[in-house]
Design a protein. Sequence first.
Length: 80
Amino acid sequence: EKLAAAWGIESPAKVDFTKELLVVGTHRGSQFKLTPKISDAGDLTILAAGTKDLRPGFRYRVLSIDRTKVKTVGGKPLKD
């Protein structure tokens, strides 16, 4: 809610953080992609790739993923 308010996102979706995680990324180029991947062992890694044409301000992406499948993030234990 605080992030949505700070970024001026009106009517953000409701999230049950006991079941979901949000992956959030920002970029100053005109376009970018976030690609979360969960290994068979439950390790979440995120690939972010974007264009090099820097623009004023920033662009953002917010993705919801299934929390029950994630055990670690970048090899570090997931905190509750």
